[in-house]
Design a protein. Structure first.
Length: 434
């Protein structure tokens, strides 16, 4: 490795031989999130078109669709070799995007198309991101994950920067149909980086000679379509991860509903809404990228995994208290931006580190059940709770107070999981379920 490569490797906290895999993981997430964030502003605008007062119904429909999709996902995982699994999943979603592109071209203003796309992409984003992190937890062992996941996650932020800019600049040129096609192409491009990573896994990653034993990626993941759910229900550790995710979803949903309401009032047209949401996404991703490059790794190295899982919930607790005392658009926008930056820069890498020492069935099936069904269940329940609070005369105040309580519990859960993860690594090794 040349001196310049050595300097780059040290800068991203990689060991010799890990530089190219780290950049492949970075590029994987850049393409994945670039394509998704091109579509996210469209999704937000379609959510408003479908009716802000109907958002809780869309959240519920998403949860119901998850209940159908997850067993199918589990079945596919049980019959397709792990090395080919992402090809099947991402190929199917890319085909869906091509179909939506055609539908957008033919029925641009359809309310029902807006609702269907909103629900579909709410399923899509959790599945593709969950599978992507399952891949990373499979390719890199626990020690490598601790050093490299912050840099790899920075690829998501770069994609999150480029996606909204592309969407805002080209929505009038390519239209929604053209953006969907570009997103499908970027999704398929990730498969090239995935193939490289799975090949490297056998020589330098979790499957290298001398590493702790792990299941062969040439075989399907063990278990049946419901084994992920069963593993979660039998594991106190995974149940605490579920609680962490539900509290995350609750605080996020409360803020999301308020954002949708205010944007719908201030920006009446679809194009204006797409630009506004694109600008918000750009600010969030710029902040997340700066944090990932200069803060996340140093914070985790100095204070441990607990710092990644506790800092953001703690800030959210303080922010909700501020929102209760001084409600308004400025406070809400600031809190929303802090929450999303913190999720991308700290919470997501920290959550994925919780799974790095575990076996393939937990990484792919139990983790996917948590990332999809549990997360969307939290969305649906908190969405209806927020709608109920809005019917009360002091709904905004009560929502802020409840949000502060949830954020406080979220911080405590993150602290507990960080402590338990240390015991899990020591007691179960690198290929055992907690």
């Amino acid at each position: 490795m040349s001196n310049s490569n050595n300097r780059v490797a040290r800068a991203i906290n990689a060991s010799p031989g890990e530089l190219l895999p780290a950049f492949a993981g970075f590029a994987f997430f850049l393409c994945l999130f670039g394509g998704y964030f091109m579509l996210r502003p469209i999704r937000e605008a379609m959510g408003i078109q479908a009716g802000v007062d109907n958002l809780q119904w869309l959240f519920t429909a998403t949860f119901v669709l998850m209940l159908v999709a997850v067993p199918l996902f589990g079945w596919l995982n049980s019959v397709v070799p792990r090395v080919q699994f992402i090809d099947w999943v991402y190929g199917q979603f890319a085909f869906n995007l091509i179909c939506f592109s055609l539908a957008f071209a033919l029925h641009h203003d359809s309310v029902w198309l807006a609702r269907i796309f909103y629900v579909w992409i709410s399923v899509y984003n959790l599945f593709v991101i969950s599978v992507a992190w399952s891949l990373m937890a499979d390719v890199f062992d626990s020690a490598q994950a601790r050093r490299l996941f912050a840099f790899i996650a920075a690829g998501a932020s770069v994609g999150g920067l480029l996606g909204p800019i592309t969407s805002a600049l080209l929505v009038n040129v390519l239209g929604q149909a053209g953006l969907a096609l570009v997103s499908a192409f970027l999704l398929l491009l990730t498969l090239a980086f995935k193939r490289y990573l799975m090949t490297w896994r056998a020589s330098g990653g979790a499957g290298r000679p001398g590493a702790a034993l792990s299941e062969s990626p040439q075989r399907p993941v063990a278990g049946n379509p419901f084994s992920g759910m069963i593993r979660v229900l039998r594991s106190p550790y995974l149940l605490m991860v579920c609680l962490f995710v539900v509290l995350l979803a609750t605080t996020s949903t409360f803020l999301y509903f308020e954002q949708a309401r205010l944007v719908s009032q201030r920006f009446p047209t679809r194009e204006e809404q797409v630009r506004v949401f694109g600008l918000i996404d750009f600010v969030v991703q710029a902040g997340a990228l700066s944090s990932q490059l200069f803060i996340t790794g140093r914070l985790a190295q100095r204070f441990g995994l607990g710092s990644l899982l506790v800092v953001v919930p703690g800030l959210m607790c303080v922010g909700f208290i501020g929102l209760a005392l001084a409600p308004g658009f400025t406070m809400l926008a600031g809190l929303m931006i802090v929450r999303r930056i913190g999720e991308y820069a700290f919470i997501r890498p920290g959550r994925e580190m919780l799974f790095a020492p575990l076996d393939a069935e937990t990484k792919y099936k139990a983790k996917n059940f948590i990332d999809t069904v549990v997360y969307r269940a939290g969305d649906a329940i908190s969405g209806w709770a927020k709608s109920l609070l809005d019917l009360l005369s002091q709904g905004a105040l009560l929502a802020a107070v409840i949000g502060a309580i949830c954020a406080g519990l979220w911080a405590l859960t993150g602290w507990y999981l960080a402590r338990q993860r240390v015991h899990t690594v020591v007691s179960v090794g690198t290929a055992t379920t907690p």
